[in-house]
Design a protein around this ligand. Structure first.
Ligand SMILES: [Zn+2]
Ligand SMILES: [Zn+2]
Length: 356
């Protein structure tokens, strides 16, 4: 899809408080514009955004492949400082460094009360249904905030969201210390899974990706082996390396060929976790790969409120995410950021908007 990038004129009127924001007006159209600074409703706070990472999912919103409420400010990987609260009892958050959940829910229904916010019938996600963090301010629910300790930078704080996806995926997969693991996809989720898996003591972690571009980073982060699938057949190579298969296999690509392969890499009775967005596609898999081998195939599509755990692990230095934020940019440079995220040149992993 050809992407239209417009620049909107500064419509600031005297005395009116405005903020810079990047808006996806409709699929295929991104603008840098000025918007009114949002006021937090009761139960919500306003956060001055310090860092907001560009996620591949945001490009799917830009391309119209994910349902979103256009016009929308995208961005669900963020950190900042609380500067206003919608209710008296939340004023204690003001001035605190935070990250937060993107889940806007009722907190009253059965799903919410059992902790399964994503199953709430009123569920709305920031960055998709509600305005996100590609801006100077964001409004987020106070109930989902986590304080960011001083030793974790704002840029790393923004990465609590994808790291939380990794933690949620490993938890859903029932991954355990000492288990062997194959990760397909060296995207930021794939590499966050690697960082989290190393921290929890999984072993012999193999990372596969189509090209070598990011496999060097995976090796630096402690992958025992990397496989570029345009050069080597993943299934054949793994059969040679690990004839009985791996305890856990995680697909972070959402691509048909990779999902088909992931089912052939797990040991009998092993687990395959699907952690990649399938872009709404119907795919063909060989059912007997699951049936005959008694595989557990599980879906792991979000972070399930793992922000606090992600923050705590970062604060303790347990996860290696030093390599992640390869490009720090300003909101004004959004064209460059979006293009980098789309083209993923050699050495690129993540672009992060940083506000002064
Ligand atoms: Zn994301
Ligand atoms: Zn609910």
């Amino acid at each position: 899809m050809k992407i239209r990038i417009e620049k909107e004129k500064d419509k600031k009127r005297k005395g009116q408080k405005k903020m810079k924001a990047i808006v996806f007006k409709e699929p295929g159209c991104a603008v840098l514009t000025e918007k009114e600074i949002p006021e937090p409703q009761p139960g919500f706070v306003r956060v001055r955004v310090k860092a907001a990472a560009i996620c591949a999912t945001d490009l799917e919103v830009m391309d119209g492949n994910i349902p979103a409420n256009y016009p929308i400010i995208p961005g669900h990987e963020w950190s900042g400082i609380v500067d206003a609260a919608g209710s008296e009892e939340d004023r204690s958050w003001i001035g605190k460094r935070v990250v937060g959940s993107n889940d806007v829910v009722c907190l009253k229904c059965e799903a919410c009360r059992s902790g399964n916010w994503r199953y709430c019938s009123e569920f709305e996600e920031i960055g998709f249904k509600r305005d996100g963090a590609y801006a100077e301010y964001i409004v987020a629910p106070a109930y989902g905030l986590c304080e960011l300790p001083e030793q974790v930078s704002f840029v790393h704080g923004a990465l609590c969201e994808p790291l939380g996806v990794a933690l949620g995926t490993l938890e859903k997969a029932g991954a355990a210390c000492g288990d062997t693991l194959v990760i397909i996809g060296a995207c930021s989720i794939g590499l966050c899974i690697l960082a989290a898996a190393k921290a929890m003591g999984m072993r012999e972690i193999v990372v596969a990706a189509s090209t070598k571009k990011r496999l060097g980073i995976a090796e630096e982060m402690g992958a025992v082996r990397t496989i570029a699938t345009e050069e080597q057949d993943l299934v054949e190579e793994m059969k040679r390396l690990r004839p009985n298969g791996s305890h856990v296999v995680i697909d972070a690509t959402g691509m048909e060929r990779c999902i088909q392969q992931s089912l052939k890499l797990a040991e009998k009775g092993g687990t395959v976790a699907l952690a990649g967005y399938g872009r709404g596609k119907t795919m063909g898999i060989r059912i007997d790969d699951i049936h005959i081998n008694n595989l557990r195939v599980i879906g792991a599509g979000n972070n399930w409120n793992q922000h606090q755990k992600a923050v705590d692990m970062m604060a303790e230095g347990l996860v290696d995410i030093e390599h992640f934020a390869t490009h720090k940019i300003r909101l004004e440079d959004y064209e460059k950021g979006l293009e980098l995220a789309r083209k993923r040149p050699e050495g690129f992993l993540k672009a992060v908007f940083v506000n002064e």
